[in-house]
Design a protein around this ligand. Structure first.
Ligand SMILES: Nc1ncnc2c1ncn2[C@@H]1O[C@H](COP(=O)(O)OP(=O)(O)OP(=O)(O)O)[C@@H](O)[C@H]1O
Length: 302
């Protein structure tokens, strides 16, 4: 088991002339635990994961231990990194098991080191499905599955590859509450078993606080907070980054709980990057059209 950490230095990512990730540094993302990446819509979370995976061009250094991932091409990067996209996988004629076996065999690492074949590969693929609680779907076609079942099947394909670095983009967005926690628990267990680095994008702050030992909060392509949930998540951060009036409390078990009291007035210079500057005129409210009754930043109703 490797103790290598993932480090990012001076990362910039652009779409044309628009800079989405700005000089981003991430100190040692540790193996064996789950790190959460949270932030408002359009903050750049997907862009960051895709840049780490080599799917979106970016400048800067990305290192896994002494391996400079940022110098590797896409195929080279795929030996170390697996990315699960936000979108559900397209429907296909494969069964869940066939798709899992294809993912296992397509892993360049597997091809290189002669990883399980035949019956051993089948057992490994089935075991992964069983751990996710979807062994009963093994022989079902991917095109027959519900949204949540497709998301679980997609996650199984990432886990079976046993990457050193697993990047999950909203892996629980289609799941019910039990499956959300089951997935986060399983990913935490597998991260610890394999010494895997896991960076997961989540919108559900409660889920993130429950399962992530470290939270990186992204806002407009920059890091707004970084640390354990009890340090990173504060009422001030939730107001500044998300524009909500919220309390942060501890439950009887000491876990961080976020209680949202209301939505703050939109503040164009501090809100999420939902529109380009030129577009923002289209979204601007008429002068004096503040929302009556919305709480102010200190949580009191205006
Ligand atoms: N392919 C693209 N071409 C141009 N702009 C893009 C592209 N993909 C994303 N963007 C822009 O980059 C910014 C960051 O998008 P990104 O998808 O990384 O945000 P996010 O934090 O993952 O958002 P969400 O929580 O809504 O999924 C947004 O302003 C978005 O419009």
């Amino acid at each position: 088991m490797s103790g290598d950490t993932l480090r990012v230095e001076g990362l910039n990512a652009d779409y044309g002339r628009r800079r989405v990730i700005e000089g981003l540094d991430l100190s040692d993302i540790a193996p064996g635990r789950v790190t959460g990446l949270i932030g408002p819509n359009a903050a750049g979370k997907t862009t960051l994961l895709r840049a780490l995976a080599g799917l979106t061009p970016a400048k800067g250094r990305i290192r896994l231990g002494s391996t400079e991932l940022s110098r590797l091409d896409l195929a080279g990067r795929a030996r170390f990194v697996t990315y699960m996209p936000q979108a559900l996988p397209p429907r296909s004629g494969l069964t869940v098991l066939e798709a899992n076996l294809a993912a296992l065999h397509a892993s360049p690492e597997s091809l290189a080191d002669g990883a399980p074949r035949g019956e051993a590969a089948r057992r490994l693929a089935l075991d992964t499905l069983a751990r996710l609680g979807i062994a009963d779907l093994a022989l079902r076609g991917l095109s027959e599955l519900s949204g949540g079942q497709r998301q679980l099947a997609s996650l199984a394909q990432c886990l079976v590859r046993a990457p050193r670095v697993l990047l999950l983009d909203e892996p629980t967005s289609a799941l019910d509450i039990r499956h959300q926690h089951r997935v986060m628990q399983l990913v935490s267990e597998i991260a610890a078993e394999r010494g895997m680095i896991v960076l997961v994008v989540l919108h559900d702050i409660a889920l993130a606080c429950r399962w992530c030992r470290r939270l990186v909060v992204l806002r407009k392509g920059r890091i707004a907070a970084d640390g354990p949930p009890e340090v990173a998540i504060t009422p001030e951060l939730l107001a500044d980054v998300y524009g909500v009036a919220a309390r942060v409390e501890r439950c009887s078990r000491g876990q961080v709980q976020v209680i949202v009291d209301g939505v703050l007035e939109a503040e164009p210079t501090k809100g999420a990057l939902m529109a380009e500057p030129a577009d923002s005129r289209l979204m601007a409210e008429p002068a004096g059209a503040g929302r009556a009754g919305s709480p102010s930043r200190d949580g009191a109703a205006a």
